[in-house]
Design a protein around this ligand. Structure first.
Ligand SMILES: [Zn+2]
Length: 364
């Protein structure tokens, strides 16, 4: 059996492409539950790229030998319903089997078996780590396969069926001209996201300004990528609290200290820092300087106070703890309790409903 995988990735700018690093430990089997005529893999490939789609998964198979891949296998999707840091969402490859009434479900299931076997081999995933969606969230999915999931697993260990998956084919892109075709083909052939968004990113990275996807741009981009190679895809910034550099001296003046950490040590800036840290009437006395030095060494910010807070957007399926950690906030129960009270949520006990409400309030 030969399957052809078409990599048609969700645009990197979509909310349903969270770009958390995935190291696949499990494979999660789903059914689309969409029995409409025409609800095949190609249709789901279009659906999952829609900017308003909240869920995402890695592959969709139907009864044809073309499988659509929606996410790189180095990135997680939101398909398991077990939360933003759930094992299903963060450590499993998601496969959707189409159940469109004009398709052949047995053939689609066979294709899922072929694909799953190939992935098990690629990632050394044992058969017991091939699980139904139900395992993660209790959802009745994959509906048709649940009652015979043991049979499904037995097919995965059947060594007689030889698995061959072909190299990714070029992404069919809307309105593609010849040169777009070439750069898309090239990127797919080396396993790099060939979406417009990523091509624009690569163009910027390689000095092609104002990329709009013209033939000239694409030819130029193809040239530089072939010459220079493709740089690593951008990974989303993982916000971490930034420790203030402390310098490595134990004694010394405030001026020496500020210079050592690359901060403006002028009187004007020291005056600003003093005021920011509650030292009023700064006039540069030894006592004031020592106080300021101690505050800054103990983590006091040397940055100018920012006028507006920039809060990250809540990701689809994300829980409050994950969000707060990402936003650099203290996610402890005690702090959530404090915030809940502050936002008018009484008797906070950390229930799902309270967390959901609190998340909405603190992410505004
Ligand atoms: Zn499912």
């Amino acid at each position: 059996m030969l399957l052809n995988i078409v990599q048609d990735f969700i645009p990197a700018s979509n909310r349903n492409r969270p770009q958390y690093t995935l190291v696949p430990v499990y494979i999660t089997i789903h059914e689309t539950a969409n029995t409409s005529t025409g609800a095949n893999a190609a249709m789901h490939a279009r659906y999952v790229k829609n900017p308003t789609t909240a869920t995402s998964w890695h592959f969709t198979v139907d009864d044809r030998d073309t499988v659509y891949q929606h996410l790189p296998l180095t990135e997680n999707g939101w398909h398991a319903g077990d939360g933003g840091s759930g094992t299903g969402n963060r450590q499993s490859i998601g496969i959707e089997i189409c159940v469109n009434r004009d398709g052949n479900l047995d053939k689609a299931t066979q294709n899922a078996i072929t694909l799953t076997k190939s992935l098990m081999e690629q990632f050394k995933i044992p058969v017991n780590n091939v699980v139904p969606h139900k395992r993660w969230s209790g959802k009745n999915c994959p509906t048709n396969l649940l009652s015979k999931f043991d049979w499904f697993k037995s097919q995965l260990t059947n060594k007689q069926d030889k698995v061959e998956v072909t190299k990714p084919a070029p992404t069919p892109s809307k309105g593609a001209n010849m040169t777009t075709g070439s750069i898309v083909t090239y990127l797919n052939s080396i396993g790099v996201d060939s979406s417009y968004t990523n091509r624009a990113r690569l163009a910027g990275q390689h000095g092609i300004s104002n990329y709009t996807g013209t033939a000239a741009h694409n030819t130029q981009l193809l040239g530089v990528l072939r010459d220079q190679g493709v740089k690593a895809p951008a990974t989303p910034p993982k916000p971490k609290p930034k420790p203030v550099a402390k310098g490595n001296m134990t004694t010394g003046s405030i001026v020496t200290y500020l210079n050592s950490i690359g901060v403006d040590s002028s009187y004007g800036n020291r005056e600003r820092l003093a005021k920011q840290h509650g030292i009023n009437g700064y006039s540069g006395t030894a006592n004031q300087n020592t106080r300021l030095l101690n505050i800054l060494r103990n983590g006091g910010s040397t940055a100018a106070p920012s006028k507006k807070s920039t809060k990250p957007a809540v990701r689809a399926g994300e829980g409050i703890v994950s969000y707060m950690n990402r936003a650099g906030m203290d996610s402890s129960m005690a702090n959530r309790k404090r915030l809940a009270q502050q936002h008018g949520i009484s008797n906070y006990r950390g229930t799902a409903a309270q967390n959901s409400r609190l998340l909405t309030l603190i992410s505004r």
